[in-house]
Design a protein around this ligand. Structure first.
Ligand code: AOS
Ligand code: ZN
Ligand code: ZN
Ligand code: ZN
Length: 406
């Protein structure tokens, strides 16, 4: 991108009252965590396709994730899923991450892959299975202590398929009891992010089906428990940015699992289907970051941005790069909203004026801005192109097929 294009962009934004130096500082500060499982093989209930070059173990997943950070400068941490990323020596995995210039981020307990959990994990009516599931949560707290992570993302597949199949109220208590035990094992710097999803794999009821249930549970547990919003986990038509705003105001928005959906929990590349929704989510977060109330500003700063995607048919690393670039693009656009203009229009009850103040920011081409940011932080202006030309994607083919999959 030429300096001329940037100079023109800067002038245009200055005329709208946008301070581009501040915008650039915020883009540089945005960190997006990538998931270890996004680098492995994945699929649908019909088929898991095996790709060439997929990491064969957690160590190789970190090598691939480090490429994404090296090229974007925006992805310094990697979420792990236990036992998918089980290793004998977690301190060694931590050291490996450090050597690669990244760190271990959110620890995700996995309670949906074992036959024992066919009728549920922490909400199973069998007390021995509930004990086993709760012990796994406690094991994850120990792992987090070893790897220096202070975030947990908790998602439970627990639910039922038929009316009358289970005692929904008893399960509500069991869920609380298990999380309470985990909560008490956490150190003061740790936080538990509680995820919800309205269906799948349970099709009649899911124990944590929506943000209200996650919010209620987080409130009962205490300040170290917050809600995690996975953008794919809502019925069609849900106003996700409203949920985000509500949780922000309650200081209970812990983080996101970013991905895109068209129908169900599709886990496609974030920003690929409805970029405007992502833009509007960021608008609310940025609005809160500029609130008069320091507690709301802090709540906005406190959000963990995590990607949760499955790349079933695409090459994994380019798919992750695309995701990060899409997030940066929508964040950059949302930073171009003149919040004073929106508030003035709101005060006048000028419906179209307010909508215009928000929407027109979306219509700018932020390519010159993002290129300038990347130049300043010393990463390639076009990370995707740089990756495809780097030879890394060919080099990993030596790993062969049959890498890690879920
Ligand atoms: C499942 O639908 C959730 O999004 C979870 O976050 C899950 O742990 C993750 O997608 C890996 O399967
Ligand atoms: Zn998720
Ligand atoms: Zn999802
Ligand atoms: Zn999901």
């Amino acid at each position: 991108m030429s300096d001329k294009a940037y100079a023109w962009f800067e002038e245009q934004q200055a005329n709208r009252g946008i301070d581009l130096a501040a915008v650039k500082a915020r883009i540089k500060a945005l960190k997006v965590e990538t998931p270890s499982w996004g680098y492995g093989d994945s699929g649908t209930r019909f088929k898991v396709y095996k790709q060439n070059g997929v990491p064969r173990n957690p160590f190789e997943k970190f090598e691939d994730a480090a490429q994404v950070h090296k090229l974007t400068g925006a992805c310094p941490s990697v979420a792990i899923h236990i036992p998918w990323d089980k290793v004998d020596d977690y301190a060694k995995l931590k050291q490996h991450a450090t050597d690669l210039g990244v760190s271990i981020g959110a620890v995700n307990p996995n309670l949906f892959q074992e036959d024992d959990y066919i009728f549920g994990s922490v909400t199973n009516s069998n007390a021995a299975i509930r004990r086993k599931a709760t012990d796994h949560l406690l094991e994850c707290v120990d792992i987090a202590k070893t790897v220096g992570s202070d975030v947990f993302s908790l998602w439970f597949a627990d639910g039922s398929n038929y009316p009358g199949q289970v005692d929904i109220r008893a399960r509500k208590t069991w869920m609380y009891e298990a999380l309470k035990e985990m909560y008490e094992a956490m150190t003061p710097s740790m936080r538990m992010l509680i995820e919800y999803k309205f269906y799948e794999p349970a099709f009649y009821h899911t124990d944590l089906a929506d943000w209200g249930m996650a919010f209620n549970l987080a409130n009962k547990l205490g300040p170290q428990a917050e809600v995690l919003v996975d953008t794919g986990h809502h019925p069609q038509g849900t106003n996700i940015e409203h949920i985000v705003t509500y949780l922000l105001d309650e200081k209970k928005l812990g983080g996101f699992h970013f991905n895109s959906r068209k129908y169900g929990d599709d886990d496609l590349i974030v920003g690929s289907v409805n970029p405007y929704e992502l833009f509007l989510i960021f608008y609310q977060i940025i609005d809160a970051a500029n609130d008069k109330n320091p507690q709301i500003r802090q709540a906005s700063d406190n959000i963990a941005y995590l990607i949760d995607q499955s790349h079933n048919i695409e090459r994994k690393i380019p798919a992750m790069l695309r995701s990060v670039l899409n997030v940066q693009t929508q964040y950059a656009k949302a930073l171009l909203i003149n919040l004073d203009e929106v508030r003035d229009a709101q005060a006048r009850q000028d419906v179209l004026g307010a909508e215009d103040a928000v929407r027109k920011a979306f219509e700018f081409d932020v390519t010159p801005l993002l290129h300038a940011v990347r130049e300043e932080i010393g990463v390639p202006v076009d990370p995707m192109k740089a990756y495809l030309e780097s030879g890394y994607d060919e080099s990993i083919n030596a790993r062969g097929k049959g890498g890690a999959s879920w």
